[in-house]
Design a protein around this ligand. Structure first.
Ligand code: SF4
Length: 336
């Protein structure tokens, strides 16, 4: 039984770079995306430079590319793996950097397997204890599960409970399909469902299939996936800002100040900065921030390291530089 009061990641074993203590991975669902040139992968964080003939990878780049039945027409960027439907994988030259994706029936009938990692894609309603035990006999299996219920969160949670009761520890990719009608609805639904599961310690990778949401492109799907992982505090890939909603006590223009602080610090991966309008409630509201920028009087700012005051009531004009100085003193500053 899981405790609702503490965070525990579901115990899994590692298969390649998925599961156990690996950060949750991001799978890009590219089955319906036309990819003909290397430059087409820029949307998912892999940028190809034709002059140097080199790839560069952003902090928010998908590690797995689900290509289905349409393999990339060029070699995938280093550090990525293509996921191919098993019938396509069998006919492909590369049986190492490409990973097969089976249905449960295919898993039972096809004997050729990848030596390290095999993905079995199934629905929540497929997962009986008997099937789980059958799949668990092979330590290379990664389950990719999509919910068949309209109550995705509770349905996937029930799957996790079934796996817990069956004592199986294979890693899980949460395959998420949004039913939202607009971009905002799609992102909100995904954040609630997938974010909730991650906060509960479930999921070793996520694949967002948001293409059914009108206007939502692959780049936004990938950004959403990384944003949800960051908000669930399971994988930090950018600076985190915690700002109060502002109220009658707010002592500066919160929006303007937040964007000014962001413009100086948004390259500090994993650093959490609280920006709070007043000193009455701000320090409590910024909870686990690494640094705090808190209004403490008209034109006055108090700076925090964690919950400890480092500079009290300094003029707001130089407060951002002072904040940067504190981050530098702590050895957490990097140049852009
Ligand atoms: S931190 Fe202060 S200014 Fe911000 S919302 Fe809370 S009470 Fe209002």
């Amino acid at each position: 039984m899981r405790s609702p009061y503490t965070y525990h990641r579901r115990q899994t074993h590692a298969v390649s770079v998925i599961g156990h203590e690996n950060v949750p991975r991001v799978v890009a669902d590219l089955r319906a995306v036309d990819i003909t040139r290397m430059e087409d992968l820029a949307d998912i964080g892999h940028t190809y430079d034709a002059i140097t003939d080199k790839w560069s990878t952003s902090d928010q780049a998908a590690e797995f590319l689900y290509m289905g039945a349409r393999p990339l027409p060029f070699m995938a960027p280093a550090g990525t793996r293509q996921l191919l439907d098993v019938s396509t994988w069998l006919g492909h030259d590369d049986h190492f950097y490409c990973v097969p994706v089976f249905t449960i029936d295919e898993w039972r009938s096809i004997e050729t397997r990848h030596t390290v990692m095999n993905v079995v894609r199934c629905t929540s309603s497929d997962l009986t204890t008997e099937i789980l035990h059958e799949l668990a006999e092979d330590a290379s299996v990664v389950l990719m599960i999509r919910s068949t219920s309209s109550a995705i969160f509770t349905d996937m949670r029930a799957c996790a409970d079934t796996m817990l009761a069956a004592h199986v520890h294979m890693p899980v990719v949460i395959e998420y399909h949004s039913s939202g009608d607009s971009i905002d609805d799609g992102i909100l639904d995904a954040s609630t469902d997938v974010g909730g599961l991650l906060v509960e310690g479930l999921g070793d990778a996520v694949m967002m299939t948001l293409s059914s949401v009108k206007g939502l492109d692959t780049a936004t799907s990938i950004r959403t996936a990384f944003g949800i992982l960051q908000a669930a505090r399971t994988r930090m890939t950018k600076t985190e800002y915690i700002s109060c909603p502002s109220c009658g006590r707010t002592l500066f223009d919160l929006q303007e100040t937040t964007s000014m602080i962001r413009s100086h610090t948004d390259h500090l991966k994993g650093v959490k900065i609280g920006i709070m309008g007043c000193i009455v409630n701000g320090p409590g509201e910024m909870a686990d921030a690494d640094y705090g920028y808190v209004g403490s009087g008209p034109d006055r700012i108090t700076l925090y390291r964690g919950q400890e005051i480092v500079k009290r009531n300094i003029p707001s004009a130089g407060a951002v530089n002072e904040l940067i100085g504190i981050i530098k003193d702590d050895g957490r500053w990097v140049e852009r």
